[in-house]
Structure formats: C-alpha cells, structure tokens
Design a protein around this ligand. Structure first.
Ligand code: BGC
Length: 444
C-alpha cells in the first residue's frame, strides 16, 4: 500500500514549472528576448506550427496556479527564473519589473505554505548573449556569475533551496550538437565547448550561491535514462556504456571531482582543448543534493555513426507499445535502476527527483479528466522510490513534472504532462484525476 508516511516526514512533495514553458508575456514589462523566444518565432521550428502565445499564462496567473499547487497539499514549489526578465540584455542593466515579479511569486509561495525552490537556468539564454557566442564562449562564465550573484543576493533571504542548472545535457546536446533545440547549433566542437563552459558554470554558480545565501541548500538537476543494450554481444554492450556516459555520467563526474568520463569513450578527450589551468579543480562542487530527472529507457546497439559515440538507439516504437505522446518509452521500473546507479557514487549524499512525469492525450469528459494512466505512472514511480529507500538510498523528494499543462519546447502544446489541464485558448484550469489523487494522498 502506498502511504505518505513511508516517505518520511521531511520528504519534499512538489511540482516543477519553467519560466519559458509557463510564463508567456515574453515582450512585457521590459523583458528581453531569449534564444527560445527567437526559436519559437519561426513556426516551422515547432510541431503543428504551434505559436507559444502566452504559454500557460503564469506571468498573469501565478497566484491562481500557486494556490492550486497548495490545494493539492504539496509542500514545495519549484520554478525557474527567466534570465531576460531580470537582465534584458543578459548582463549589465537590471529590469526592476522582472525582479519584482519573482518577489511576488516567492511571497505568494510562502503565503500558501509552499517552500519556494529556484532553478537559475532552465534553457532560456538571453539572445544578446547567444549573439556573442552563448555557451560556446568562455565569457559565459562571467555573464552567468553576474546573473547568479544578483539573483542569490536578491532572493536569498527568502529562498533557501537553489538548483543551478536544469538538465545540462539536454540543452547542450539538443541545442549545440543536434541543432534540434534553440539556438540550433550543431557539431562536436560547438557541443564540447558549450559543455565544458556549462560544467564550469554549474560549479561556479553553486559557489556563488554558497557565498551569498546563508543556510542555502544547493543542488543541480541532471537528466538521466536507464540504458540497455539490445543484446549481450560485446559490441552492443559497449555501445550502451558509451551512451550511459553521455546520458548519465558526463556532467555528474566532473562535479564529483572525477573529471569527464573518458574511460569507455576516449574520443571525449577532445574536450581537454578547452581546458585552462585549474579547470579540473574548478569543475568540482560539493552539492547538498543531486536532482535526477528520469523520463524514459533507451535501448542501444553498436553503430559506426555518429563517430565518438559509435552507438544508435533502437526507436521505441519499433520495440514497444508503451509510449507517451512524444513517442518515448514509458518505463517507470527503470527508475530503480538509475537510482541504484547514482547511489554507487560516494560523493552523492542526497538524491531528489526534481522532475518526474508522463504525457498522454487527455480528454475532457463532462468537465473532468480521468487520466488514469498518468496516475498509474506516478504511483509506480513512488513505489520504485520506496523500494530504493528500503535498500538505504537517501531519496528525499519527489517533484512532479508538471503542475499545469504547458509548452513542451519543440513539441508545442500537444504533449500534456500536467496534474492540471489547461485550455490554452481560455487559460481555464481543470484539476485532473491524478491531481485529485495527490491531494488526497498528501492530506495531513
Ligand atoms: C525538461 C522539461 C520538459 C520535460 C518533459 C525535462 O527534460 O526539464 O523542460 O518539459 O522534460 O519533456
């Protein structure tokens, strides 16, 4: 039986939202443009040519949404800051209206008994900084430090929980290697440069928060997957190890002081080109927790392309019918595997599931949404967590992705992940059955 008490009285129950995916009002109150405002301005980049418009209107509806989160009996609320609301040009001049907006969000969380958790960076780099090279230039370390310094000083009195980056592998891999996400750059050298600077910002940003915020609890959020080879042949097994390097180890190991994981992927040594004296040490930070975000399993086989990786993925639709609306495999039992994998590292003291969710087609029937498959998914994830806690793994929080259906990057509005349905034309919220279940489950 699932029972809230089994998770412990200090367990964090939250939802995660993201500035770009939720706020809307990208041109209001002196906000500057981000790479995602730019990328989505070309409808061809987005599935079904969806225009983001006002996303799910969090900029105007934040009070309503925070009250809904509180009514579900959650105890935390994770949101990201939009860099360009605060620094319209990415650096230099501050925009007081943007600064004020996040004070209002934080105050509203506190009034509604939700502990505010800030993510500094959830993919919306200022466009002006991208024009100067973005993550591929080492100057980003100064720009990011200025941003981290300002935000932690400004909000640190009220906010004690900080997440430096959201899924560095997603935004550098998709944005600077595959060109699938903003800013649409491609190639190994763009990727390695962006990756190394990102890893440095991850640790530097955390150090800045440590210095500025008394009693801060600092983490960073990594994407991860359960990776399995298609069979046990030596070549295929090795392909899975390399994919695991990219999906699960690449950003974690340098923060733990282990350097980049070049053991099974010597080609990655190319990243040394971008090193300066002292970088190995500078990449390290003793995080209070590691956020993990597990959505799907990946099955691999050996392949000559792409070079360095020498692996490809067997498309989920060719091997399973358990798919979400984005065509990714729904495989909640993989969570235990990744938790066990992370637990092998001595440097990880505390794990928090900083995002977890699934998208399905949801239909309103007589004003209600009976999203039983989503509910089953979350319940299964919670059971996996309990299994791991019993084995002694220190997992102290579960953040659902996401509160309200929102804008799913390149996939537009089609994938719905929320506990709360949104009608994007009227911005009307309807709590889904999964949300109502959490409300009951978390009742004191
Ligand atoms: C990201 C979110 C995204 C979610 C669902 C995570 O990788 O942090 O921004 O919406 O996955 O795809």
């Amino acid at each position: 039986m699932l029972n809230k008490e089994k998770f412990g009285s200090n367990f964090k129950w939250g939802t995660t939202i993201c500035a770009f995916q939720n706020e809307g009002w990208a041109n209001s109150d002196n906000k500057g443009q981000s790479i995602w405002d730019d990328f989505t301005s070309d409808a061809k980049n987005i599935k079904n040519n969806d225009a983001i418009n006002n996303a799910s209107n969090f900029y105007k509806d934040y009070e309503k949404d925070i009250r809904i989160a509180s009514s579900l009996n959650l105890n935390t609320f994770r949101f990201s800051l939009s860099w360009t609301r605060i620094f319209p040009n990415g650096k230099g001049e501050i925009n007081p209206e943007g600064v004020k907006f996040y004070h209002k969000v934080i105050d509203c969380c506190i009034e509604n008994n939700l502990e505010p958790w800030i993510t500094l960076y959830h993919w919306d780099l200022p466009k002006k900084l991208e024009e100067l090279g973005g993550w591929t230039t080492r100057s980003i370390i100064n720009w990011f430090s200025e941003y981290a310094n300002f935000c932690s000083n400004e909000y640190g009195e009220k906010v004690k929980h900080w997440i430096v980056l959201n899924e560095p592998m997603s935004f550098t891999g998709l944005g600077y290697f595959m060109g699938y996400h903003a800013p649409g750059k491609t190639g190994i050298s763009n990727f390695l440069k962006a990756a190394h600077h990102t890893a440095l910002c991850n640790a530097d940003g955390a150090r800045i928060i440590r210095k500025n915020v008394k009693n801060a609890i600092i983490g960073t959020a990594f994407s991860c997957s359960y990776v399995k080879p298609i069979n046990k042949s030596r070549l295929n097994k090795k392909s899975a190890q390399r994919v695991e390097v990219m999906l699960n180890r690449f950003y974690l190991e340098p923060t733990l002081g282990l350097g980049y994981p070049t053991d099974v992927m010597p080609g990655l040594n190319m990243i040394n080109r971008y090193f300066k004296d002292g970088d190995l040490e500078r990449l390290k930070f003793d995080f209070d927790f590691i956020g993990i975000q597990y959505y799907f399993r990946v099955v691999t086989k050996f392949s000559l392309f792409p070079p360095v990786l020498f692996a490809s993925e067997i498309e989920p639709k060719k091997r399973t019918r358990n798919l979400n609306t984005m065509g990714l495999e729904v495989y909640p039992q993989g969570l235990s595997k990744v938790l066990q994998f992370y637990n092998q590292y001595d440097g990880i003291k505390n794990i928090i599931i900083t995002e977890s969710g699934v998208c399905y087609d949801d239909h309103l029937t007589n004003g209600k949404i009976y999203d039983i498959k989503r509910l089953r998914y979350h319940r299964r994830m919670l059971k996996e967590i309990l299994k791991c806690k019993k084995k002694g793994i220190n997992i102290t929080g579960y953040f659902i992705w996401t509160l309200i259906d929102n804008f799913e990057w390149r996939e537009g509005f089609e994938p719905r992940f929320g506990l709360v349905h949104n009608n994007f034309e009227t911005q009307k919220r309807t709590i889904k059955y999964s949300g109502l279940w959490f409300r009951k489950f978390l009742r004191i």
